[in-house]
Design a binder for this molecule. Sequence first.
Ligand code: URA
Length: 164
Amino acid sequence: MLGEGNPLAEIFFVGEAPGAQEDATGRPFVGRAGELLSRIIKAMGYSRDEVYIGNVLKCRPPGNRTPTEEEQRACFPYLKRQIEVIKPKVLVALGRVAAVNLTGQRATLSSMRGRVHYFGEIPVVVTYHPSFLLQRGEPKELKKLVWEDMKLVLRVVHGEIQKI
Ligand code: URA
């Protein structure tokens, strides 16, 4: 499963790997985490059809475990090519696996949030994975942080942040 959405999307959301429902349907983010992601996208003023949604891994790791480094390395060229084809104005890394792959930094997710990184020339904003929010019971404090990240994404889309 490669991804789906608008091939001319301004925003490309990158998750970790398909889950069981994604594997069964061949579509990214269609389970509970997908419903939450759809709500986030809507709150940003977009529909799922207007953005692009994909994952670092293209198939589901057994038992939903975190993908190994080797699996991430094997899939990375596909993600890189997707980004080159879509040329979004901004990449949104959902969770640490996407963040590490897109920023090249092996830092904690919290330390990567709140500023713009670059994948080549393309800005990258890092935020929590929707599954993490769900696991925590969607607490207000976490939702607030994700919303701050999405506001940063929108500022990048609107050209309000320049690369220095
Ligand atoms: N989690 C992900 O990272 N990707 C999906 O497609 C679904 C859940």
